[in-house]
Design a protein around this ligand. Sequence first.
Ligand SMILES: Nc1ncnc2c1ncn2[C@@H]1O[C@H](COP(=O)(O)OP(=O)(O)OP(=O)(O)O)[C@@H](O)[C@H]1O
Ligand SMILES: [Mg+2]
Length: 327
Amino acid sequence: MSKTATALDVTSLTKVFHERGTKDVKAVDNVSFQVRQGEVLGLLGPNGAGKTTTIKCILGLIRPNAGGILVFGENVEEHYPRMLKNMSAVLEGSRNLYWRLTVWENILFFSGLHGVTSRDDKAHFEHLIRLFSLEDKRNVEVRKLSQGMKQKTSVACALARRTPLVFLDEPTLGLDVETSLELRAVLKQLATEENRTIIVSSHNMDVIQDVCQRVIILSQGRVVADNYVSDLVNLFKTKAYRITLHEPVSEGLEESLTSRFKGATLTSDGTIAEINVNLLENDDIYVLMDILRDAGAIIDRISHEETDLEKAFLEIVRRERNNNESR
Ligand SMILES: Nc1ncnc2c1ncn2[C@@H]1O[C@H](COP(=O)(O)OP(=O)(O)OP(=O)(O)O)[C@@H](O)[C@H]1O
Ligand SMILES: [Mg+2]
């Protein structure tokens, strides 16, 4: 298979939930996207945006109302359940474990090997156990593990099968900082070294920004952004500056600021005054400095707010909501 093969192709996927006595919920609304082999794609969106439902439809756990899903060019529905051989998943929570089996037994069970393992498989499983620091718990029943350890076991089980396509729905939920960092490293490694395709949903923007090249943002069941992480961040790069001044500041300063810079604010706690201003043009910083000098202001500190994925995400979702409300 070539490096640029399309691993996943979702076209016009729609899922409506009908609950008796309540309004229908269009959980997934005409969603289309493609994922290349070896790509790590982030799936973002507020609670209820349709991320889990989209993943469940792809895995064949929920039957969509409309739309097509191809995995490595083959229609999932037509080739079900054979297509499942290509996919593994950790869904929300860690209920996909057998609580009375040990960590090791779960890995064996979910890798589909049921105790018959080649030396290579065994080495791989041991590697996963070490990776997630579960050596001490290897032979302990899963029900006796902490929440984070259960989560790690779930992820290890999903990775054990070495499927070309992996879905991780909130994989870092409940993981401590160190483990979360380790998992990120593992995911990047799997994509680059083993050319596996990984689709990760998370509310943790650091995780997404770190491991994904590309993100899809869902809002109310629709794709509202599909872009490279770096492009999204650039798109929302603001030139927001915060300037602190020594008190007292001259009376006319606020007026000169707000008349020149829309939305600028000047606040004061009596000892320190703070200006927050968005500079849009390259020259604006000089204009601002002139205004401050003319007012005789003494600058204590200037800081520049950096845009990250979280800010871009919040802005996209906010705009989408505003658009819908004004429709
Ligand atoms: N089995 C179900 N029956 C009825 N409605 C459902 C079902 N599963 C999901 N929904 C509804 O579909 C919508 C999308 O839910 P989904 O679980 O896909 O969101 P999500 O993006 O994964 O959210 P979160 O970030 O909270 O995990 C929600 O309005 C939810 O209430
Ligand atoms: Mg979800």
